[in-house]
Design a protein around this ligand. Structure first.
Ligand SMILES: Cc1cc2nc3c(=O)[nH]c(=O)nc-3n(C[C@H](O)[C@H](O)[C@H](O)COP(=O)(O)OP(=O)(O)OC[C@H]3O[C@@H](n4cnc5c(N)ncnc54)[C@H](O)[C@@H]3O)c2cc1C
Length: 419
């Protein structure tokens, strides 16, 4: 077995984020003894992105804490990390990945884990210095420096986009004492994920913390002499700022795969085993679009999630399947977001729903919202109920009396056992 493997090309992982790193480690944990090469275009070792918009930006943790492992630990697992190396093309017929600089690398099996990248604004002035995005550690360092200098001069920040990244950055900046204007084109923050009712609850949270929240507003232009000094909104407001942060969503990093012959539809389309249509080629994490089957549903729905937990777990399943197992990826989706003293956790998945049942009162800063469709719980949002995560996960797909869900006297663990 070891000899046969030695003559075969390596398993190649493209993308050195949480999905790429966990897949490589899972291959080793599962006993794979051939070569593993991880190709990632960032110079840094694999790191966690979630702290970048939370503890790191708040200065609550040192930079060293964001890394998944020290370089030696990859060496000890015999995982070859090729950082600072961009994959530029995939040839599935030849089983080769072309790299920037002209080199190409053969693979026996391949995992696509290139994640997602921020959508950039293309309005006048969009390339002025002082307009920041937040995806990478380099972005976070630059943003932290902007915040530090604006704090020193008492400046204002304009955050464009009240999705999760924009909302978290706005909260950080307020907590650090900056004046914050948060503008969002949709009627409430985080509308697509949370819906109008819960998005409205978060709008109130930001307003209560002194954010100047402007909803239904887009950006018409950035202006400034050599550096951004004001944001002009679509309604004509002129918002002065020391710097601006843009968080208007991400898109899957599939540009380099455009002529590979894979099915690309808002991500790399895979089956429930994380496999693409090309032999030996799998995908996981933010870049993958896969069939999600809600508990008790009859038809799967194709989804692409931009969640840390999804990237980690899907990569583990993909790695096992790359070794010949046939494990379906059937998770209960989960993500979290920290804003001020609110720890929001969301389980399940809902694009549409018929009603939201709320347990507890948002104004008390701790509540659970259940999203129901066809009488079943398709998702739940819990704020400051971190201990309820396990029973909440078990409730996804359950058909329970809404009155009991709303009743804070009903123990969730008891309800989850009854489902
Ligand atoms: C600031 C921030 C905060 C977040 N907070 C949360 C949170 O609180 N909770 C939560 O659930 N999720 C959060 N997320 C989302 C979560 O981090 C992502 O879902 C997760 O990082 C996805 O992992 P991934 O490995 O699939 O992709 P990525 O993390 O995007 O990693 C992909 C890697 O591949 C590299 N790459 C891309 N193209 C190429 C190429 N052609 N060649 C070589 N390398 C390439 C990229 O540069 C990147 O390093 C946050 C994201 C950000 C940016």
């Amino acid at each position: 077995m070891a000899e046969a493997q030695a003559s075969r090309p390596p398993v190649v992982v493209v993308g050195g984020g949480i999905a790429g790193a966990s897949a490589a480690e899972t291959l080793r944990r599962e006993g794979f003894d051939g070569r593993i090469v991880v190709v990632g275009d960032e110079r840094a070792l694999p790191y966690e992105r979630p702290p970048l918009s939370k503890e790191f930006l708040l200065g609550a943790i040192p930079e060293a804490k964001v890394f998944l492992r020290a370089a030696e630990e990859y060496g000890a697992q015999d995982i070859e990390l090729r950082t600072g190396t961009r994959a530029t093309r995939l040839d599935v017929a030849q089983r080769r990945v072309e790299l920037a600089g002209g080199e190409s690398i053969a693979y026996d099996r391949l995992l696509l884990a290139t994640g997602s990248e921020p959508v950039r604004l293309h309005v006048p002035g969009a390339d002025l210095p002082g307009i920041r995005y937040l995806r990478t550690l380099d972005d976070a360092r630059a943003l932290a420096a902007e915040i530090a200098s604006a704090r020193a001069s008492g400046g204002r920040v304009v955050v464009v986009g009240a999705g999760f990244i924009g909302a978290e950055v706005a909260a950080d900046c307020r907590m650090l004492g900056l004046d914050v204007t948060l503008i969002e084109a949709l009627p409430v923050p985080m509308l697509r994920a949370l819906g109008a009712e819960m998005g409205g609850v978060f709008a109130e949270l930001h307003r209560a913390h002194g954010v100047d929240l402007r909803l239904g507003e887009g950006v018409a232009a950035f202006r400034g002499a050599g550096r951004v000094e004001e944001v002009v909104t679509t309604s004509g407001a002129r918002l002065g700022c020391a710097f601006a942060v843009v968080g208007v969503g991400v898109r899957p990093a599939t540009e380099w795969l455009r002529d590979a012959g894979l099915t690309l539809e808002n991500g790399v389309v895979v089956d429930c085993f994380c496999a693409t249509t090309a032999p030996g080629v799998f995908a996981a994490g933010d870049v993958a679009r896969w069939p999600y089957m809600m508990a008790d549903a009859t038809e799967p729905e194709m989804v692409r999630l931009e969640h840390w937990d999804n990237a980690l777990r899907q990569a583990e399943v993909a790695a096992r399947n790359m070794l010949g197992q046939q494990t379906p990826f059937a998770p209960t989706p989960y993500f979290w977001s920290d804003q001020y003293d609110w720890k929001a956790q969301y389980v399940g998945y809902a694009r549409t729903w018929e009603r939201v049942v709320v347990r507890g009162r948002p104004e008390d800063g701790a509540f659970i919202a259940f999203y129901l469709t066809g009488g079943r719980i398709c998702a739940a949002l819990a704020v400051n109920h971190v201990r309820e995560l396990v029973p909440l996960k078990k409730l996804i797909g359950a058909a329970l009396d809404p009155a009991r869900l709303a009743d804070a006297g009903e123990d969730l663990r008891g309800l989850s056992r009854q489902r």
